[in-house]
Design a protein around this ligand. Structure first.
Ligand code: COA
Length: 325
């Protein structure tokens, strides 16, 4: 049976680092509050590069690391909520830049679960046959949709991109997934609203207040813990696994307290959760592939290890994936 294996990973962030102390100069906050409530110490914020610049760099690294020629790429899928344009998709912009002339390229939107949805889609294309490989990337410049006067949200996010090159294989790769959506709750986390203003109505257009990230933090916290716990439990149960069989859990890097709850509730040692939100903040769809890439770059995974990725986000959405390395 055909499986989808992760062959290479890559990540990239803009150079500029913004610390909690830097933020305390523009909004009424402190390093102590941000660290205690979220575990975040600093984040990378774009000095002007748009999302395309970040995802293109990740795609170039993936080609180099996988040793694959661009013309051989069958599929490019990018997850983002901060694309440069409405159209073209970021995936098409990557296609142009790397010269992947034979690829089918498109974007998906599932906010912070975006990479999980994109990887799941690539997996289905590959398993259906006809597509032998895919570049899958999550990338964001959330800094452009954050209200920098709102202390309750602007301290949480960062910019970055991460991705994986995956290939059809006879050996096990992506083993099982659990992804889902709870659209009924979409209002607890929104961004990017544009109203319908035109020449024949009264709407004014321009930047709507709901353009910026708007979040009910407590409700999102509740949603995240509930869904991630259930989703991890389900995937482990369906594969007859316990936490001992898993080398690393790679959670969406939103908040260390969410991870603490999941760790406690499922009795998974906290050290098994790989975390880097202290250095990057919440980079939405980029957070899981950026963390996976760090693990990979550090050589922490051996062939055959089991890794569990799990994210949640706007929509509301969630996604968990069990991968054999
Ligand atoms: N600095 C200092 N004080 C702040 C602050 C900041 N950056 N942001 C909010 N506060 C204040 C609030 O104004 C409030 O003050 P009040 O009690 O005087 O009204 C107080 O801190 C508590 O705010 P609250 O929103 O209740 O805090 P919280 O404990 O729920 O933590 C979050 C806020 C956002 C960190 C938390 O709800 C959370 O992590 N939610 C999940 C968010 C998430 O994961 N989002 C990503 C989705 S992909």
């Amino acid at each position: 049976m055909i499986s989808t294996r992760v062959i290479a990973t890559a990540g990239c962030v803009p150079e500029q680092v913004v610390t909690n102390d830097d933020l305390s100069k523009i909004v009424d906050t402190t390093d102590e509050w941000i660290t205690q409530r979220t575990g975040i110490k600093e984040r990378h914020i774009s000095s002007g590069e748009n999302t395309s610049a970040l995802v293109i760099r990740v795609a170039e690294k993936l080609l180099e690391r996988a040793g694959v020629e661009a013309e051989k790429i069958d599929l490019i899928i990018v997850a983002s909520v901060t694309q440069d344009y409405g159209t073209p998709s970021l995936a098409c912009m990557i296609q142009k830049e790397i010269g992947a002339v034979n690829a089918v390229a498109f974007d998906v939107i599932a906010a912070c679960s975006g990479f999980m949805f994109a990887l799941s889609t690539a997996d289905k294309y590959i398993k259906a046959g006809g597509y032998k490989n895919a570049i899958v990337i999550g990338g964001e410049t959330l800094s452009k949709i954050v209200d920098w006067t709102d202390r309750s949200t602007c301290v949480l996010f960062g910019d970055g991109a991460g991705g994986a090159y995956v290939e059809a294989s006879d050996e096990a790769g992506i083993i099982r997934e659990n992804i889902g959506s709870a659209g009924a709750q979409y209002e607890i986390l929104t961004e990017g609203y544009t109203e319908c203003a035109n020449a024949f109505n009264e709407n004014k257009g321009g930047v709507h207040p709901l353009w910026y990230v708007n979040m009910n933090g407590r409700e999102v916290f509740k949603f995240a813990t509930k869904k991630v716990i259930k989703s991890l439990e389900k995937v482990m149960a369906e594969e007859n696994l316990t936490q001992e069989d898993i080398k690393y859990f790679v959670p969406h890097q939103a908040n260390v307290r969410i991870v603490e709850v999941v760790s406690k509730k499922l009795d998974i040692p906290f050290e098994k959760f790989y975390m880097n939100m202290d250095r990057f903040g919440n980079t939405s769809s980029a957070s899981i592939p950026m963390a996976l890439n760090e693990i990979n770059e550090k050589g922490l995974l051996e062939r055959g290890n089991l890794v569990m990725l799990s994210g949640f986000g706007g929509g509301m959405t969630w996604g968990t994936m069990l991968i054999r390395w």
